[in-house]
Each structure stands twice: as C-alpha cells, then as structure tokens.
Design a protein around this ligand. Structure first.
Ligand code: JFZ
Length: 466
C-alpha cells in the first residue's frame, strides 16, 4: 500500500467515524495550499469537482414500486434495501420488473430540477445492490430495456438530457453486492454465503463488462460511484480502476471502490468537524432514505440544506444530495420544492459557494467543551457553533451568517488589511469597526436573509495571512 493510499485510508476512517478529527486533520489543515495532492493527473481530473460543490444523487430502481412495504407489511430501513431486509427471493423480486413502467419519467425535467437547484452534477444508480440495471445492458437481461414493459434506456435518456444542458453525469454502480446473482456479494437467502461464492465469476461475467458498457455507451462519464466494497481485494479493485482509466481517463472514482479513489466519500450524511485538504464528498439524504419510501416525508428544509452546503464548502468538500423518484418516474414534489428553494438562495449567493476555497480560519466551527464533557465514544465533546461559516476566493472572504448575531461579529485575527465589506445580495456596504486591534462588523436586524446572509469582506492580498 502506498503512503498516499494509507493516508487516504486513515482519513476515510476518521471521516467515517465522524470524530472531531482533531488529531487526523490538524497536519492536513496546517498545509496552506488547498491542493496539496502530489499527483498532478489526479488534481487535473478533480478540477471540475472542486469547483462544482453540489450534486444531485438519484436512487432509482425496482424498489420504488414496493416503496418500503412488502405484502402489506412495513419493512423498516432504507427503501432500496427492501429485498435484503425482507429476504425477498430473487424469483419474487424479479417480478417487479414486469411492473416497472414509469410513464411519467422525463429526463429533461430531472436535469431541469438539478439546474434549478443550483447543482452541477448528477449521479444516478445505474445498478444498485438488487442487481437491476437502469440501462440497456447486453451483459445481463435483468435491465430496464429487456425486462420491463417500459423498454426505454433510462440512463441513455438522462445522458442525452445532461449533454444537451451541459450537466455532468456520473454513475453509481454496485460493484460488489449483487443480490440477483448467485456469485454476487450479499444474497445469502437464495444463495451460498459470501465465503463460498465464486465472486470472480460474477465480476468477470457481470460487473466488469457492465462498467465497460457504462463507460463506452453513454458519452463522457463524470465519475463512477462504487459502493460497499465487500470481498473487494486490492487486486479486484484494481481491475475496475484500470477499466475506468483506460476507457475514460478523466472520469473520477469515488472513495468506496475498495482501493484508493480520486476523492474521499464520507459516511452517509456525515460532515467532518474540520476542513480537509483531500477532495471529499458527503453523500446525503433529503429525508431518511435513498430509494423512495412512501412513509418517509420528513424532508430537510431549505435552510438546513443551505447550512450543510456552506458548512461542507467551508471545509473543502462537496455535497451530493439525494432524491428518490417514485415508481411512475416523478421525483416527489415536496423534495423538488425544497431543492428549488435552496436553489433560489444559490442564485443570489452562489459566488460564496461555487469554486470557493475552504475557510482560512476554522475557529468558527466550534470549541471543545470547557466542562470536560465526553461524546458518545468517550472522546472530548466538541460543541459545534452554527453562527456563521467562511469561504474564500482570491482577495475575498465570504461570511455566511446563519444566526442573527447579538453582538458584533469579530473577524478572526489576520495580518491582511480589510479594504471594504458589503452584502453579497444587494451590494450595500457593511461598516467595519476596529477596537483594540480587532476588526468587527455589525449585522443589522432583522437579518437580511433567514436562510443565510452573505457578507463579502475584501482583503489586501490573495489569501489570508495569519
Ligand atoms: C450505501 C448503500 O448500501 C445504500 O443503499 C446507499 O446507496 C448509500 C449511498 O450507500 O450505504 C452505505 C455505505 C457506506 C456507509 C454507509 C452506508 N458508510 O461508509 O458509512
């Protein structure tokens, strides 16, 4: 294992653990450059990703039909896992394909939604753990074209709509778990336990060739989002890396292949406590499931989404936010409304997000509990502050204020002189006061935008000097 691989593994572990990362992140954060990776080809591949910040994840497949319910019983857990949770035999689950007929599916409308939301890339489940492909595969007939009355290649239609509208498209592909195949990982209710399977037969006959199909039949692929690397030795993973690199050298590989990818994927819905130097992405639900469940209507509100996005960007990451379309092809209206409301905020304040650097400070993230309280793992408790977050561009700092400050907001100490400050939304000036060598600004009440008010502070020099 290479040193950078080891570092990425360590970092992944700490991100997964959602620890406050003090130990793991400090040496990384101390590096001034936000782009410290020693691999120039990888940095070139990542350029668009570091700029984009915000993407739409789409979990769609046969599981949208049962939508969390099987034979009249509510099956708990995430919707796309229903086959596993209810131990549904392959022969029974397969019958869903003959009922999959999403006549309201409109690829253009989906891409339009992503654009209205201010998202810069889309990632769709080309094949999830249930093994069903949303594309016309020659490798397995268990796909949307050959096994459903719908007969349309969903991935192809989405790829065409994305190409037309300048939207990047990536493919989630479950490389290891495939509950439909006797030798795929994960299904031990129809088939033998993983340890007794001929996993390489499954890889050779389905997974490698399907990844090849995805990288040859659908135009430029922004990224492949591998997941849950059960049984993935580094040798098996390397074959996927070689396939992707040889067919489309610019395509990114996520952090869940089972070998080093181009960026780190955090645990689902996990946002690290501190900024990171390596490229990273938080995959997140907009309610509590990825695949559609009719009983989950607990949507995050637009303000929460804006906070999470700015929080993530201020720590150097990307936000991949999921929707679960229904069986008729429609993305639940409530989730569309939430995404568009957050998109409205981005239309005004996107300058603070797209292409922005992480915070040059970090003290705004919070403080260690002074009372010595411990978190659930027994580590020192970190008390997050949600008052504001900072992002940056050459010569500019963006303070996005989320909580109406009761006292003037003090700028963290820096050597740079402040040139001027103004509201991003309307350009009106914000007065900077100086007292005892500390600069501060006062936010008028009521706060301009309850979802987040951006104040731009222009400084002398490109970057903050501390
Ligand atoms: C996986 C899938 O099993 C799930 O269905 C969904 O597609 C999600 C995006 O990814 O679930 C995971 C994988 C990894 C972690 C958590 C859930 N993790 O590392 O914390």
């Amino acid at each position: 294992m290479s040193a950078s691989h080891r570092r990425a593994r360590r970092l992944t572990r700490s991100l997964l653990a959602c620890a406050c990362l003090c130990a793991a992140a400090a040496p990384l954060a101390a590096r001034q450059s936000a782009h410290a990776s020693p691999d120039p080809a990888k940095e070139a591949r990542l350029a668009w990703f570091r700029e984009a910040k915000y993407g739409l994840f789409i979990h769609w497949g046969l599981y949208a039909i049962p939508a969390g319910e099987w034979k009249g019983a509510r099956i708990p857990g995430i919707g796309e896992w229903i086959m596993h949770r209810a131990r549904i035999p392959v022969r029974e689950y397969e019958e869903l394909a003959s009922r999959f007929n999403p006549i309201k599916f409109d690829a253009d409308a989906w891409v339009q939604l992503a654009q209205d939301a201010g998202m810069k890339y889309i990632v769709i489940t080309s094949k999830h753990h249930d093994g069903f492909a949303l594309f016309g595969s020659k490798v397995s007939r268990y796909n949307v074209v050959d096994a459903t009355p719908f007969r349309r290649d969903i991935v192809k239609e989405l790829a065409e709509a994305c190409a037309k509208r300048g939207m990047r498209l990536g493919f989630y592909y479950s490389q290891a778990q495939d509950w439909h195949e006797p030798n795929g990982a994960g299904n031990d209710w129809d088939f033998k336990p993983n340890a007794e399977k001929d996993f390489d037969q499954y890889l050779r006959d389905k997974a490698y060739p399907q990844v090849r199909e995805l990288l040859t039949g659908y135009g430029p692929v922004a990224l492949v989002w591998f997941d849950t690397p059960q049984l993935m030795t580094s040798e098996r993973a390397r074959r996927f890396t070689e396939l992707v690199r040889s067919l489309q050298p610019d395509t990114l590989i996520d952090g869940r292949l089972g070998a080093e990818g181009d960026y780190i994927s955090t645990g689902d819905n996990i946002i690290p406590g501190e900024k990171q130097t390596e490229a990273w992405e938080t995959p997140a639900t907009i309610n509590h499931t990825w695949g559609y469940r009719k009983d989950d209507v607990d949507w995050k509100n637009p303000g929460e989404i804006v906070f999470k996005l700015v929080d993530i960007v201020s720590k150097g990451g990307n936000y991949l936010l999921n929707v679960g379309p229904m069986a008729d092809g429609v993305i639940p209206q409530a989730s569309q409304d939430v995404l568009r409301a957050a998109g409205q905020w981005l239309r005004i304040n996107g300058e603070a997000v797209y292409g922005a650097w992480p915070t040059p400070f970090g003290e705004e993230f919070g403080e260690a509990s002074a009372k010595g309280a411990k978190d659930l793992r027994g580590s020192p408790l970190f008390l997050s502050w949600n008052d504001y977050r900072v992002t940056a561009k050459p010569g500019k700092l963006y303070f996005t204020i989320f909580v109406e400050p009761r006292v003037p907001v003090e700028l963290p100490p820096m050597k740079n002189a402040v040139k001027r400050a103004y509201f991003l939304a309307n350009g009106l000036p914000v007065a900077i006061a100086e007292k005892d060598g500390r600069q501060s600004f006062t936010v008028p009440r009521p706060i301009l935008d309850p979802m987040g008010t951006v104040i731009v502070v222009e400084i002398e020099g490109e970057r903050v000097a501390r």
